[in-house]
Design a protein around this ligand. Structure first.
Ligand SMILES: [Zn+2]
Ligand SMILES: [Zn+2]
Length: 576
C-alpha cells in the first residue's frame, strides 16, 4: 500500500533534498508530535540514492519507523538488540544507536545519509555513542549527509541544537550538532489544517505563585496554605473532568505530585515519576489508555513519546521557562480521537504562553514576560525576544540585545544592537556584558568594580534606583525645561534637566537619556519637544543604579546610569 504524504510532509522532504543538493552540512527538520515524522523518514529513505541508516535511541521508535517504511512495500533491515534482530544487510537499515555503536568499527560499507530521529539527544561530546558512531560513518564516507528530526530543537540545559534557521535567524555562534534547521512546522498549522484537536486554553491563575517552577523548588509559603490551594485546584479539575475522557496533570516535583494524587478520586488516579519502576510505569500507562484510570499525574515523564489520543483535559500545575516544553505538555492532549472535539487546558501556573509563541532561547527574565516579536530597524528581521505587550499585542517592552538576523550572502549576523554598552573611547557598541571593547580592545569597566570604586569616594553618590519621573519645569530665567527625577526606595532622589530648543539639545536628550532608558528599543522615536516626551513617560524604564558626582561642593551632577545590572550589589527590583 502506498502512502500519500500530507502537504507539509512533502514540504519537509523537499526542503531536505534541496539542502543536501546545495551543501553537506548537518541539517534538522522540526516537526511537532503528531505530525507523522515516520512518513517523512520513510519517503526520504525511499528516495535516497545510496544506503540509508535511520538511528534512534529507543527500540519502540526503531520498530515504529521500520513498520511505516515496510508499509511502502520497501525492504529494510533492523539492527536492535532489544528487538532481537541484528541485520545490516539492506539498502535501508533501522537501528538503535546503543546496539549499532557496539559494532561501529565493523561498519565499513558507506552510507549516503544518516537520519537521526529524536535528534535532540545528540551532544557534541566526542565520547558519546552518537558521535563515535557518526565519526566512523564519516571516515567511511566523508560526504555523508546527516539529518536530524525532532519536536524540540531547544533544551533548557544545552540551548539550541542548531546554529541557523532557514528563515534567517542566527540561534547561536557556538558549535552545535547541526548547522541549519531547514524546515519547521508550527503546531498551530497542524491544528488549523485539522490534523490535531484545537486546545481550549484557560488561565487557571488562581495561585501561580504557589506552584513550583523548573528548578523544582517549592515556594516559601505556609504549607497549610499551599495545601488548601492544591485542594481547591484539584476540586476544580475533578469537576471539569466529569465531561472529559482522560486527564493528565503535570506536577513539578514528586512531593507535589503526591500532594495532588492524594486529592484525586481513589482508584481512578495514578502518579508517574522518573522513579516509578519501568514495568509499573508500562502497566499504569496501559491502564490509563484502557481508561481504567482517568487521571494520570506525572512529574517530567510524559513529555515525549507518550501517546494516548483520548486525553482531552490537561492541567498544568508547574511553571516552565521553556516555550517548547509548554507546547509539548499541551500537545499530549491534541491527538485526534473519536468523540473528542477539543482539549481543555487548565494552566494553573500562569505560564502565559500560547501555541503560537516562538521559543526565545534565553532564560526568561521575569515570570510575567512573554515571547514578543521585535522587527530589526536595520535589516527587518523578525526577532523573538522576551518582553511585555498590551492587550492588543502591542510590544511595550523587550529584553533583546542584538538582532538575530543572518545574512546568507555575507554569512554574517546583523550587527544592530537594541541594548549595548558604548565604549567611552571609540564609541563602538558592545554587548552589555562585554568586558573588552570589540572596536578598540579597551578594557570596559566592570559595573561591579565601578560601583565599588565610587561607593568609596566621598564626592560620589550611588542611588539604588526604584523609579523614575519626568516633569515640566523651568530654570531661574524662566526657560521651560524637562526635569528627570530618579528615586530610590526611601524616596531619596537625583535629577537632571534637559532642554529642547535646538537640534543639538534634542540630540543630547536622545543620547544622554532616551536611548538607554527606552523599554522598547529599536522603535522609531520622534519626540520633538518636552510635551511630547511628557506624554510618552511610559516608554521609559528606570536604571538599576544612578551615579552622581558632587560639583562645586553644591550640587549632584548625574554622570552615569547603570542598566541590566547582574552583580553582587542588591538592586531595588530584587524584592520580587
Ligand atoms: Zn537586523
Ligand atoms: Zn572602543
Amino acid at each position: 500500500m502506498a502512502y500519500t504524504l500530507r502537504p507539509y510532509q512533502q514540504e519537509a522532504v523537499d526542503a531536505v533534498l534541496s539542502h543536501f543538493r546545495r551543501d553537506r552540512s548537518p541539517a534538522v527538520v522540526v516537526l511537532p508530535t503528531g505530525a507523522g515524522k515516520s512518513l517523512v523518514i520513510a519517503e526520504l529513505a525511499r528516495l535516497a540514492k545510496g544506503r540509508v541508516l535511520v538511528l534512534t535511541h529507543v527500540q519502540e521508535l526503531v520498530a515504529q519507523n521500520q513498520e511505516k517504511f515496510a508499509a511502502f512495500g520497501e525492504h529494510s533491515a533492523i539492527y536492535s538488540a532489544g528487538l532481537g534482530q541484528k541485520d545490516t544487510d539492506a539498502k535501508v537499515v533501522f537501528a538503535s544507536v546503543q546496539s549499532l555503536a557496539r559494532i561501529a568499527k565493523q561498519l565499513t560499507e558507506p552510507y549516503s545519509i544518516v537520519i537521526v530521529d529524536e535528534c535532540h539527544r545528540i551532544s557534541l561530546d566526542t565520547d558519546s555513542q552518537y558521535q563515535a558512531l557518526l565519526q566512523q560513518l564519516q571516515r567511511v564516507n566523508p560526504k555523508l549527509c546527516l539529518l536530524g528530526l525532532t519536536a524540540t530543537p531547544y533544551r533548557l540545559d544545552g540551548g539550541w541544537i542548531y546554529q541557523r534557521h532557514v528563515n534567517g535567524t542566527l540561534r547561536s555562534q557556538e558549535d552545535k550538532p547541526f548547522a541549519q534547521c531547514v524546515y519547521e512546522l508550527p503546531i498551530s498549522r497542524l491544528i488549523k489544517d485539522g490534523y490535531l484537536t484545537p486546545p481550549n486554553l484557560v488561565d487557571g491563575a488562581v495561585a501561580s505563585w504557589l506552584l513550583p517552577d523548573d528548578s523544582g523548588e517549592l515556594p516559601q509559603v505556609d504549607p497549610e496554605f499551599r495545601g488548601r490551594a492544591t485542594t481547591l485546584i484539584c476540586q476544580q479539575i475533578v469537576e471539569q473532568a466529569q465531561s472529559r475522557q482522560g486527564v493528565i496533570v503535570f506536577a513539578a516535583t514528586v512531593l507535589h505530585g503526591k500532594e495532588i494524587l492524594a486529592r484525586l478520586p481513589k482508584g481512578e488516579a495514578a502518579l508517574l515519576t522518573a522513579e516509578t519502576p519501568k514495568p509499573e510505569r508500562a502497566e499504569l500507562i496501559a491502564r490509563f489508555k484502557a481508561r481504567e484510570l482517568k487521571f494520570l499525574v506525572n512529574v517530567a515523564v510524559l513529555t515525549t513519546g507518550f501517546d494516548a489520543p483520548h486525553v482531552d483535559l490537561i492541567a498544568l500545575m508547574r511553571r516552565t521557562d521553556s516555550v517548547a516544553l509548554f507546547q509539548q505538555m499541551v500537545g499530549r492532549g491534541l491527538r485526534l480521537s473519536p468523540g473528542k472535539s477539543d482539549c481543555l487546558v487548565l494552566d494553573y501556573a500562569g505560564n502565559g504562553y500560547s501555541l503560537f509563541s516562538p521559543e526565545v532561547g534565553e532564560p526568561r527574565p521575569h515570570p510575567d514576560t512573554e515571547p514578543v516579536s521585535v522587527p530589526c530597524p536595520k535589516c527587518g528581521h523578525d526577532n523573538a525576544f522576551w518582553g511585555r505587550s498590551d492587550d492588543h499585542g502591542l510590544v511595550l517592552e523587550h529584553f533583546g540585545r542584538r538582532c538575530q538576523g543572518w545574512d546568507e550572502e555575507s554569512s554574517a549576523q546583523c550587527d544592530y544592537r537594541f541594548r549595548f554598552k558604548e565604549c567611552p573611547d571609540c564609541l563602538t557598541e558592545n554587548d552589555i556584558a562585554a568586558r573588552q571593547c570589540q572596536g578598540c580592545g579597551k578594557q570596559l569597566v566592570d559595573p561591579d568594580a565601578r560601583l565599588k570604586e565610587v561607593l568609596r569616594l566621598k564626592d560620589y553618590k550611588v542611588l539604588r534606583c526604584s523609579g523614575i519621573q519626568l516633569e515640566a519645569d523651568s530654570d531661574k530665567q524662566g526657560k521651560p525645561r524637562l526635569k528627570v527625577r530618579w528615586f530610590d526606595e526611601d524616596g531619596d532622589e537625583l535629577n537632571r534637566a534637559f532642554y529642547f530648543d535646538s537640534p543639538q539639545q534634542k540630540g543630547h536628550f536622545y543620547h544622554q537619556f532616551a536611548r538607554n532608558h527606552l523599554k522598547n528599543p529599536g522603535q522609531p522615536l520622534r519626540l520633538q519637544d518636552r510635551d511630547q516626551v511628557l506624554a510618552h513617560q511610559h516608554l521609559f524604564r528606570h536604571p538599576d543604579f544612578v551615579i552622581a558626582r558632587l560639583e562645586k561642593k553644591r550640587f549632584w551632577r548625574v554622570i552615569e546610569c547603570v542598566f541590566d545590572y547582574k552583580g553582587r550589589f542588591r538592586t531595588a527590583d530584587s524584592a520580587y
